[in-house]
Write a protein that binds this ligand. Sequence first.
Ligand code: GRF
Length: 200
Amino acid sequence: MNKKVRIAVLVSGGGTNLQALIDAQKKEILKSGKIELVISNNSNAFALKRAEENNIPFEIIDKKNFEERLKEILQSHKIELIVLAGFTAVLPDNFVKYYDKRIINIHPSLIPSFCGKGFYGIKVHQAALKKGVKITGATTHFVNEIIDGGEIIMQKAVEVYEDDTAEKLQKRVMEFAEWIILPKSVEKVCEDIIEKIKIK
Ligand code: GRF
C-alpha cells in the first residue's frame, strides 16, 4: 500500500470541519493522508463524538502541561501533519517552529481581511458585515508565529447577501468554502510531503 501522511486534527467545538475531512477521506478526495488522531482541548466538544463514531482515536488535553502533553501524544502516534479545525488555543511559538509547514489552519475570511488577534468565530462575520464587504470567504494557511499570518494554501470566495446576519453568513462560508477547501488543502499538502520523501 502507498505511504499515507499521518494526520492529527485539533478541535475545540462542533467539528464540522473535522466531519468534512472524514467525509473527504471516505470519498478519497483525501487519499494521500489518513486521520490517525483527534485531539481536543475541550472534553465537551461534539467533534469528539464524530471521532468516536468514525473509530478515530481521540485524546483530550487540559491546560496543565498542554504543550508537553501535545508533543508527547503527537510523537507517540508518529503524526506528520497537524490540522487545526476550529481549534481555539494559540499554539506556542516553539511548537509552531518545530512543526514548520506541518500545521494547517482554516480561517473563515479572505486573509488578510478580518484576521489576526480577536478575529475568531462569529466575530469574523460580524466584522465583515459591519464593513459592508460584498464578498468574503475562507482561507487555509500554514501556521507560523503570527496569528493567521502564515503562507496561504487555498482561498474560496462567498457572496454576502443584503439580508445577511452574521449567523447566516457563517453558515454559508462554512458550507461553500471551508468544507471544500480544507480537505483539498490537506490532500495537496500531503501530496507535497510524500513527494519530498520520495526525492530524499
Ligand atoms: C470554523 O468557522 C473555522 O473556520 C473556525 O472555527 C469554526 C469551527 O467550526 N476556525 P467547526 O468546529 O469545524 O464546526
